[in-house]
Design a protein. Structure first.
Length: 636
């Protein structure tokens, strides 16, 4: 053998050793690029059950998930009698530029193990894909296509579990629009929503999530009645599929501080395929306001208001095509629900023409009843009208059928150049990376629920880990809190104006509704509205400066060379320090600070002060109970 062939053979052997771990190895370990996170998968015999697949995870040597079960049940029993046929390892480190986001550039960096499993008579039918990112770990089940072709399978149950140390607590809500509470892993009365954020015993934080849930049945989380401190995946219903097929990703985010979870939520996007829309220049995020008069005069006044206040869109909500709940209502025609406006003279196409002339786009609300019946008819029609986007209303979620239908509907909207906002119980799993015309979604306890201020200090660490949310920011709605009062009133917005203003930064949504319960005549040109005029909806960078779940949070976001900061507190007043050390050293800036101020002679009681700042500045924040503060920093 000559020297060249010998070196080539050595190179091949090194590649095989680096990229493949054979079945003789009983434990497969996958480590994050920064070496902090480790997930270990192995086979175990438990009583009469042989060859069970189990895993555990740790962070910097601290346990995160204790030994927990893996597997599925359905056409076959994919929970035991496994042997490991092969393990293929790989790594990826790339960046991708987002059309919009909480950052302009995302890094997709992970190590992966593809574990090929065998069962007697089912060789190579199931594979387990495991990834370790610096932001968290993820895994999913994959059924490859056999050489003879695809196979029909049914999945009825997922055995995936997450066992935690005694003392772990979880922030839980039973519905996507429900209130959160902190509960131990004991005696849960129902299944709870994802993401499920946990406070671990040793000071770490974790969050269980679901990514790329596009053609499957939704999963929530329940407690395992047979194993203490164990959370299990609870499928909405069975799933019928043909191979090749992958289940959604099961995600475990891990952090040393709660704000780190927020900063790392892009793991959800990275677990989805890249954008599949060829031309995306028509996808334009922006601020939007609802048209509530459903009249010719009111809608044109709103267009003019949008121009004045630097909004990009107006939105016609329910009622423009009749009663949304009536099957016979026709979303191809303007027929205003008399309960909304009995004397409406709305000419929608004239409003769209007028708006487009002024540089303003129009979104239309359509209930799923009409979408299901008329989708293929209304999409080319709305494109002809010049509509910018659709808000899907009262969508069905959970089942395999409706999950698939909904994502196919978003794809169809992309074909006709229509952006989408999905409302009600739909929660994102990163699909906006693949189809970024899906700008935002509800799936959150927003201002329509009149939540107390504490809601704003829980949502960033829970719901917003999944992706953007349409929270419907308010400003002039009558307040439920009176001076000296700290008890929420469910009939009113229960936060200060400063709190609502700060939410434009704290809560991320590339389609950000402002002035939700207002109309242009309600606005009295208060000086602080300059902040709403100037705040963007997409960002180049995001940092969580401080935060404690259920108590307070401060978020700083950068657009170009400008920074915007939002700070909110719960129902308690508080003082705290805020360092601006994230600013470039050696440069001078001016900060415009918008704070609740009872001495200001306006009904909103928000004052403005402007001060010079730099990277050495530490601000003293004093937040009223249920209050907040917004800051805009520009370079001098």
């Amino acid at each position: 053998m000559n020297k060249t062939r010998f070196l080539m053979l050595i190179a091949v052997l090194i590649f095989m050793l680096c990229g493949r771990v054979y079945a003789q190895q009983n434990q497969i370990t996958t480590t994050s690029p920064d070496k902090n996170l480790i997930i270990s998968v192995r086979l175990k015999d438990v009583g009469e059950k042989k060859g069970m697949l189990v895993y555990s995870a740790e962070y910097k040597g601290k346990p995160v998930v204790l030994e927990s079960e893996l597997g599925l049940t359905g056409s076959l029993n994919w929970t035991e009698n496994f042997t490991i046929k092969d393990v293929l390892t790989s790594s990826k480190d790339t960046t991708w530029h987002a059309i919009y986001g909480e950052r302009s550039i995302y890094r997709n960096h992970y190590n992966e193990s593809l574990i090929v499993l065998n069962q007697p008579g089912n060789e190579g039918m199931l594979e387990l894909v495991v990834r370790a990112y610096n932001e968290g770990i993820a895994f999913r089940y994959f059924f490859p296509e056999k050489p003879a072709g695809g196979t029909y399978l049914r999945i009825t149950k997922e055995s995936t579990g997450f066992t935690f140390s005694e003392g772990t607590k979880a922030w839980v809500t039973g519905t996507a629009q429900g209130a959160y509470s902190l509960q131990p892993l004991k005696a849960w009365p129902t299944e709870y929503e994802r993401p499920l954020t946990l406070e671990l015993k040793d000071g770490l934080y974790a969050s269980l999530a679901e990514a790329e849930m596009v053609d499957y049945s939704r999963t929530k989380f329940s407690l395992d009645a047979n194993k203490p401190n164990t959370v299990k995946c609870a499928m909405y219903e069975s799933v019928d599929l043909f191979t090749p097929f992958s289940t959604p990703w099961r995600v475990i985010m891990v952090a040393e501080r709660p704000g780190q979870l927020v900063e790392n939520n892009f793991i959800m996007l990275n677990l989805n395929p890249p954008c599949k829309i060829d031309k995306t220049d028509w996808i334009k995020p922006g601020k939007i306001m609802r048209e509530i008069t459903l009249s010719a005069k009111g809608s044109k006044e709103l267009v003019d208001f949008a121009v004045k206040r630097n909004l990009k869109y107006i939105h016609f909500d329910a009622g423009w095509y009749g009663n949304e709940y009536v099957v016979g209502s026709d979303a191809t025609k303007v027929s205003v629900d008399p309960r909304r406006n009995p004397n409406s003279d709305l000419d929608l196409q004239e409003v769209i023409r007028y708006a487009k002339e002024k540089g303003i786009g129009v979104f239309l609300y359509v209930n799923q009843r009409a979408l299901y019946k008329q989708l293929d008819e209304i999409l080319p029609l709305y494109k002809q009208w010049g509509v910018a986007g659709i808000k899907f209303g009262f969508v069905e979620v959970g089942s395999h059928h409706w999950t698939t239908w909904l994502h196919e509907a978003v794809k169809k909207c992309a074909k006709y150049g229509l952006m989408v906002d999905i409302h009600d119980e739909y929660r994102p799993t990163g699909f906006s990376r693949t189809y970024p015309n899906l700008l935002t979604q509800e799936g959150i306890r927003g201002n329509e629920e009149m939540p107390p201020a504490t809601n704003s200090t829980v949502q960033p660490f829970t719901r917003f880990l999944a992706g953007p949310a349409d929270h419907t920011i308010c400003y002039y709605q009558q307040r439920g809190l009176k001076p000296g009062q700290n008890i929420p009133d469910s009939r009113y917005i229960n936060t200060t104006s400063g709190h609502q203003m700060a939410l434009a930064v704290v809560f991320y949504s590339p389609l950000q509704f402002l002035y939700w319960y207002d109309k242009p005549s309600d606005v009295q040109d208060e000086p602080e509205l300059e902040f709403f005029d100037q705040v963007p909806v997409v960002w180049d960078d995001t940092k969580v400066l401080n935060g404690k779940i259920g108590e307070y949070i401060s978020v700083a976001r950068r657009s170009g060379e400008e920074w915007f900061i939002g700070s909110v507190t719960n129902t308690d007043a508080r003082s705290m320090k805020l360092s601006l050390d994230f600013l470039p050293a050696g440069k001078k800036f001016e900060a415009s600070i918008y704070s609740d101020d009872a001495t200001v002679n306006t009904r909103t009681k928000v004052g403005i002060r402007r001060i010079p700042v730099d990277s050495k500045t530490v601000l003293d924040l004093k937040l009223n109970a249920s209050g907040g503060q917004a800051i805009h920093i520009v370079s001098l």
